[in-house]
Design a protein around this ligand. Sequence first.
Ligand SMILES: Cc1cc2nc3c(=O)[nH]c(=O)nc-3n(C[C@H](O)[C@H](O)[C@H](O)COP(=O)(O)O)c2cc1C
Ligand code: SF4
Ligand code: SF4
Length: 401
Amino acid sequence: MAKLSVNVEGVEFKNPILVGSASPSMDCYGTKKGIDGGAGGVIVKSLFGDKGKLGRNFPRPRFKLYDYRDYPGYPDKLPHAFTLNSLEECSHFGYEEYMEDVNKAKKMIGKDGIVMASLSGVTLEEWETMIKMVNETDADWVELNVSCPFAADMGVKMGAGAVDMCPDITSFCAKLVKKPFSVKISPQASNPVDIALGVERAGGKCVNMSARLSGFDIDIDTMRPIGPGAQGGWGGPYLIGYGLKYVAQAAKRLSIPIIAGLGVWDWRDIIKYTMVGATLVQSGVGIMLQGYNISKKWADSIDAWLDSKGYTSLDEIRGIALPNILKTSEIERAPEGVYASVDYEKCTKCGVCVRSCFYDAIKLTKMGAVINSKKCDGCGMCVEVCPSQAAKMNFPRKRVG
Ligand SMILES: Cc1cc2nc3c(=O)[nH]c(=O)nc-3n(C[C@H](O)[C@H](O)[C@H](O)COP(=O)(O)O)c2cc1C
Ligand code: SF4
Ligand code: SF4
C-alpha cells in the first residue's frame, strides 16, 4: 500500500482529497459525511461577511446541468465533460452560527479528518472580525476565500471582484490568523499565477487554485438567461485543462503548497493535478454528482495505481510531469510523413470524416473513405470524429504522446 497522506503546514491529511467548499459542506452533517466518505479534509461552505449577506439566501432552483442527462447509458454511465451552472454564494449561517457549526463538525469528526473553515469578507474590518472568531474555534484550518465568481455582481467588492486586493487581504489576514491557512483565488484574472505569486509574497502559506468561472446561457424563446436570470458559477469537468495549466505554471514559480481542483471528475484527475505540482486536490461538482463516498473509491484507485507503478507515496510523483510540459515555441512543428489512413474492415462509409477534412483529402468510395496521402495534412481530425475508430494516424517514426 502506497502512502497517500500529505502534510501541509504541519497538518496531516490522510489523503490529498478535499471536499471543496460547496453544497456538500453546507453544515456539520455534510462535513462529517465528507470525511466518512473518504476525503482527507473538508472545506466548509464559506461564511460571507455581513456586507455580503445577500448571498446567504439562494435562488430556487439554482442548478442547471448541460450535456449531462442525455449521455448514453445515464445514470449508470456518466459523461466526463459537462457543465454545471449554479448560483449558490455562501453559507446560510451568520457569524455565531457558523462558528458553532464548525465546532460541532470538528467534535463529530475528531481525528478522522481535517475541518477547514472558509471566510470571505467585504471589508478589512469584516475579515478581522471573522478571523478573530474562527481563531477561537476548533477548526483545523482556515481558508481565506477571495474567489467567489459572482460576488461583484451582488454589488460588493469581494471574491473575483476583489482579485486585485488578494495580496493586501493576505498580508492583513496573515497577521491575524492563528491557524494554518490557504488563500483561494479566482481564475477570473488576466493571470491567476501572478495573483498566486502576490499571495505568496504577501505571506500566504498555501494557495487554492481555484474557484470556477462564471457565465450563463440564453433561452432563445424567453430571451433571458436560463435559471435564476443572472450569471452563475460556470464549471464542470470541461475546465480541467484550464486548471492543470495554471497549477503547472504556479508550481514552477511558487514555493508554497498548492490546493488544486477545477474539473476533478475521477481519481486520474487527482493524479494529474499531483503530477503538475498540487499537494491537495479539492472536488466540488465531482462529489456533488457522484456522492460523498466517491472519495474512498478515488483514494483506493490512486493507491492501486501507485502500487502498480512501483511508487510508494504521492510525494514521488508530485510535479513529475512539469519537465514534460513544453512551451509552444519548443514543440516539434510540421513533422514529415504524418498522414491518416482508414481500416476498411471498420469503415461504415458514414462520411463524417469527409465533412471535417479541410484539406479535401478524403473521398467516399464503395470501399469506404479513401485518403489521398498527398493532400492529407496529418491534422488528425478524421481520427477524432470517426464514430467507428476506422481512421488512424501513421507516423514515420515512434513519437511520444
Ligand atoms: C454549488 C457550488 C457552491 C459553491 N460554493 C462555494 C463556496 O461557498 N465557497 C467557495 O470557496 N467555493 C465554492 N464553490 C466552488 C468550489 O469550492 C470549488 O472551487 C469548485 O467547485 C471546484 O471546481 P469543481 O466543481 O470542478 O470541482 C462552490 C461550487 C459549487 C458547484
Ligand atoms: S488527417 Fe486531417 S487532412 Fe488528413 S485526411 Fe484526416 S482530416 Fe484530412
Ligand atoms: S468517419 Fe470513419 S467510418 Fe465514417 S466514413 Fe470516415 S473513416 Fe469511414
